[in-house]
Design a protein around this ligand. Structure first.
Ligand code: SF4
Length: 370
């Protein structure tokens, strides 16, 4: 499609057509659970250079998967994320400089932007033995995090490791790996858990802050409600199979090949809150999320589930449903079931977010030929 009507406010944004840019703002509005009419407000916030927040991104104990996930965001592409939507002043993976040069950049950014920058932390913070299991520039990571957070306007823990410790906090947790909310007790730390987290949940949170000057509504684990307000099980595309009592019993069996529900293979969707089935990953289309590819959800967005409950263990389903309407989990396909009524009940739960996802997906689709 020939790009026309370029956005003129910014040299970098001018590389995106206005149509694509407004589409992106619409996707962000919908993923924040806001009316699509808010898109122009988001657009105004993004294109106002005075409101573009400096971001300092620190890495603790992690695999850089969260950054990799962000690098895969393509609405818009990374260079636009970095240079136009946020001002990424310091990021250890993406920094051009290294050593003393990088350290100086960090200190200068903190000094110049005190009280204005957003601190993003990726990875857990080891607390055992004075924090010596993660040293940066000769200093314990925990000290750097505390100093930087004290001068930040907002603090975001991205990924499960930063949110609650992640895999390295599993017993016996030899380094004392700890999540940021524990390290910064008394400070509001927005958590965006996931292994990896969906980049749009991060971008939406930053844009919400940018647009409205405040953080989005958070749940009791400080996760944005717009992203973590519903169980995966409520919006899963395999939910009709669950409701109908059709389950994969073993990896590779007929039920697995047919795309049946993965509950009996240990899927933690019924006890895990996240919007994975609604917004998917990697912009490659339908099915781009664990359950969509045939792997049970392992609950990475829940502190008490991911890396804690073994994958093969079946989740306790607390979403009470009437026997007459939902098949018992142990019911074999086609036995003792009123699937139609069950499907209706199951479907109602996810209508709101599901509709939002459809709108977002439509917005994200190519409009070749228009
Ligand atoms: Fe989907 Fe897992 Fe729920 Fe089955 S148990 S419907 S696979 S989330």
């Amino acid at each position: 499609m020939k790009k026309q009507n370029h956005f003129a406010l910014d040299e970098k944004l001018s590389e995106i057509s206005r149509r694509d840019f407004m589409k992106f703002c619409g996707i962000m509005a919908v993923s924040m659970g806001l009316p699509i009419g808010v898109a122009p407000q988001i657009a105004e916030a993004i294109t106002n250079p005075k409101r573009r927040p400096p971001v300092i991104w620190l890495h603790g104990q992690e695999c850089t998967g969260c950054t990799e996930s962000l690098l895969r965001a393509s609405h818009p592409s990374l260079e636009h994320l970095i240079f136009d939507l946020i001002s990424l002043d310091y990021h250890e993976t993406l920094n051009a400089g290294a050593g003393h040069q990088a350290e100086a950049a960090l200190h200068n950014s903190i000094k110049e932007n005190a009280g204005k920058f957003i601190l993003v932390v990726e990875g857990s913070t080891p607390l055992k033995e004075g924090g010596k299991y993660c040293m940066i520039g000769g200093r314990p990571f925990v000290d750097i995090v505390k100093e930087t957070a004290a001068k930040a306007a907002a603090v975001i823990a991205i990924g499960s490791c930063a949110s609650w410790g992640g895999v390295q906090s599993s017993p016996p947790n030899p380094t004392g790996a700890t999540g940021l909310p524990e390290v910064l007790k008394g400070t509001t730390v927005v958590t965006i858990p996931g292994c990896p987290p969906n980049p749009y949940n991060f971008l939406s949170t930053v844009l919400y802050f940018l647009t409205f000057g405040k953080l989005p509504a958070l749940d009791d684990k400080a996760r944005p409600k717009f992203a973590y307000g519903r169980l995966i099980h409520e919006n899963c595309e395999r939910r009709p199979h669950f409701d109908a009592g059709r389950f994969a019993e073993k990896f590779g069996d007929e039920g697995h090949r047919q795309g049946y529900c993965l509950y009996k293979l240990g899927c933690k969707g019924p006890i895990t809150n996240a919007n994975c089935p609604s917004i998917l990953f990697c912009d490659v289309g339908a099915g781009a999320w664990p359950v969509g590819t045939g792997h049970p959800c392992f609950g990475c967005t829940e502190q008490a589930v991911g890396f804690k409950i073994p994958l093969h263990t079946q989740a306790e389903v607390s979403q009470i449903t009437p026997d007459a309407a939902h098949a018992p989990i142990e019911t074999e396909q086609g036995k003792g079931l009123s699937a139609g009524a069950a499907g209706v009940l199951g479907g109602i739960a996810g209508v709101a977010i599901g509709a939002g996802a459809v709108i977002a997906k439509q917005l994200g689709q190519s409009e070749e030929g228009e």
